[in-house]
Design a protein around this ligand. Structure first.
Ligand SMILES: Cc1cc2nc3c(=O)[nH]c(=O)nc-3n(C[C@H](O)[C@H](O)[C@H](O)COP(=O)(O)OP(=O)(O)OC[C@H]3O[C@@H](n4cnc5c(N)ncnc54)[C@H](O)[C@@H]3O)c2cc1C
Length: 514
């Protein structure tokens, strides 16, 4: 049989993984990427000997990586040189108290009991709930694709409505385990990774603090971009062809099929199937025809809830801050108001929680000797529809908050030692990766946008147009984008070869790994 041609729009994690699975099954796959290199949001840049991971900085859910590398016919440990980061985060509260989250249970006991007597027992119970949510969530929600209503709404899934606590509010659920607001925030702030406030997130997300403590937070030598390098190597070995600086202007459709794509330089490219890895709401709005029905679909997606965004600062510093831990999180007392300003008001909170990453603590090669590489990330609202946010002013205010917070832990002179700064605002996220509203995590993961309710990985009308990546199933994150890539590839293969006996991508034996 003549090999089928597949075009993938975008070389993000999901696109590369899907392309590799398809090429490994004999398809002729071309990935078109508007930027000069692969990775999408999992990006990096270098300047004057300083190395910056521009997007992800945390390798979490290592068992998902392990399973997905196995599905690609290799081993995570062969592809990545990993070191465990423990303590994972150093949390700093407004009152000056600190908590180093660690898998060392003795240390956790001492630290927790000092913050709230009796709370260590609460942690153990919370971790047990997180363990249950993690295993069930991965098996029943993440690692599968809901193609039909009956696959989601069936008697077998009914117990999940109780087991996963989808209808309980995560923060409120914390009262069953802790009284101290510092501890409630310490084990719910991870919801922001899903673009959610813990005050609205389902309690299901206790799976995140669980996996961070139980399975660890890791650091791949060379930074998170080494994951992209490993995946691109696998893709090229499988025969995937990458074209960089190749921006798709639109998807060429006819009747109920996609015929291929038209590039911004006017070049048409034909394909048997098109897989869009670019942000799904952007694809509907900008790459599909704007007939009334298409416009309606695009509008419907645009009205969905989007995750927050961030202002990121990348600093090359001429001094080494040896006492600054690799991952420091400043958690504000007014935790609830923080989320309100970010999510409801699309703004910068008055006293924002924020995150500092110092990669040279983990890998000395990330900064020149005697110097430092520092990344500051401040969550902010995504871009509003009326465009009234003044991003330059918000960025400047966010920068001052970073300096102010660092002074509280004894770093008084960062400003004096900055050699250069690069910063990204939501405008940059939109421009660089075509992320709608500059939302760093795409469509958010509230109950009505999860599982069956999340946009499908196949277009309803164009039968050979598929989607992969953060705004489709299962959602945001590097390992989840890998899962998304496998599920999308499987769907394409199922459609293309329904009647042929071709080796399938197949689910790897995932369960025992989790
Ligand atoms: C600041 C930040 C911090 C994060 N932290 C973490 C973390 O610590 N851990 C973690 O696991 N995850 C983290 N994430 C999330 C993770 O990076 C993403 O969920 C994941 O990388 C998304 O992959 P994707 O497959 O959706 O592809 P994307 O990254 O969205 O890539 C899509 C690609 O499509 C390209 N494209 C768009 N339009 C076109 C076009 N018209 N033509 C051609 N190409 C096009 C884009 O340039 C891009 O390369 C973070 C994200 C951000 C932004």
């Amino acid at each position: 049989m003549k090999s089928k041609a597949i075009i993938v729009i975008g070389a993000g994690i999901g696109g590369i993984v899907a392309a590799t699975h398809l090429a490994r099954r004999g398809l002729n796959v071309t990935v078109l990427e508007k930027n000069s290199h692969a990775g999408g949001r999992c990006d990096r840049f270098r300047r004057d000997g300083h190395h910056f991971d521009a997007g992800p900085t945390l390798l979490v859910m290592p068992l998902l990586y392990e399973a997905e590398f196995a599905a690609l016919g290799t081993s995570m440990h062969e592809m990545l040189n990993l070191q465990r980061v423990d303590p994972t985060y150093h949390l700093v509260f407004d009152d000056g108290s600190q908590l180093a989250l660690t898998s060392d249970m003795k240390s956790m006991q001492e630290q927790l009991e000092a913050l709230e007597p009796g709370s260590f027992h609460g942690l153990l119970r919370y971790m047990e709930e997180g363990r249950r949510h993690y295993h069930l969530g991965i098996e029943k929600l993440v690692n599968r694709d809901f193609r039909k209503t009956s696959e989601f709404f069936n008697l077998g899934n009914l117990p999940l409505a109780f087991q996963l606590k989808p209808f309980s509010n995560h923060y409120r659920n914390m009262s069953a385990y802790f009284d101290d607001p510092r501890l409630k925030s310490a084990f719910t702030f991870q919801d922001v990774y899903m673009g959610l406030s813990p005050f609205e997130a389902p309690a299901t997300f206790s799976m995140m603090p669980y996996t961070e403590l139980a399975h660890g937070v890791w650091y791949p030598r060379g930074g998170m971009y080494s994951i992209v390098e490993a995946l691109v190597g696998l893709a090229e070995r499988a025969g995937v062809r990458f074209e960089f600086n190749a921006s798709v202007a639109r998807i060429d459709v006819s009747g109920n099929r996609a015929r291929g794509v038209i590039l911004t330089d006017g070049r048409p490219l034909q394909a048997d199937a098109v897989l869009a890895n670019a942000d799904l709401p952007y694809v509907y709005k900008d790459l599909l025809p704007c007939c009334p029905k298409g416009r309606e679909e695009a509008k419907r997606l645009e009205r969905k809830r989007f995750s927050c965004s961030v202002v990121s600062f990348f600093w090359g510093v001429d001094k080494a801050y040896a006492n600054l831990p690799p991952h420091t999180l400043f958690l504000a007392d007014d935790f609830r108001d923080n989320f309100k300003s970010i999510i409801r008001d699309l703004n910068l909170p008055a006293n924002p929680s924020l995150y500092i990453h110092a990669p040279a603590r983990l890998d000395a090669s990330m900064a020149p000797e005697g110097q430092d590489t520092i990344i500051g990330i401040v969550p902010v609202g995504h871009m509003s529809e009326n465009g009234e946010q003044d991003w330059a002013a918000i960025r400047d205010e966010a920068r001052q908050h970073v300096f102010r917070r660092l002074r509280t832990i004894g770093i008084m002179d960062l400003e004096d030692h900055i050699k250069f700064e690069v910063n990204y605002t939501p405008l940059s996220w939109r421009k660089r990766y075509n992320l709608m509203k500059g939302s760093t995590h795409g469509l958010c993961h509230n109950l009505m946008q999860l599982g069956y309710f999340r946009p499908r990985n196949k277009h309803a009308r164009y039968h050979n147009l598929y989607f992969v990546g953060a705004s489709t199933h299962p959602g945001t994150g590097v390992p989840t984008a890998m899962v998304s890539g496998r599920l999308a590839a499987q769907r394409i293969l199922d459609d293309l070869y329904t009647n042929d006996k071709v080796e399938r991508v197949g689910n790897p034996p995932l369960n025992h790994l989790y």
